[in-house]
Design a protein around this ligand. Structure first.
Ligand SMILES: [Zn+2]
Length: 77
């Protein structure tokens, strides 16, 4: 039985963003993101989320941003 490429993509998403993957795994993930708008959307969401989290860590998070963040998060839960 073939591995679902989207399940695989989800599995490597975090290490991908942390740049913990091997070159081969990185290329595989990128190739899939090219083809799959669903994973691309998820990937972009994670990138934005990480940016917000980094900002929040650097400074006090304004209440509007917190709201925006939870609004972004809702569809995935
Ligand atoms: Zn996918």
């Amino acid at each position: 039985m073939a591995v679902d490429p989207c399940a695989k993509c989800e599995e490597v998403l975090q290490p991908y963003l942390d740049r913990e993957l091997s070159d081969a795994e990185m290329m595989e993930a990128e190739a899939h993101l090219e083809l799959c708008s669903y994973c691309r959307k998820r990937y972009r969401f994670e990138v934005n989320l990480r940016r917000y989290v980094r900002q929040a860590a650097a400074e006090e998070m304004p209440p509007q941003l917190k709201e925006k963040l939870s609004a972004l998060r809702t569809p995935l839960l």
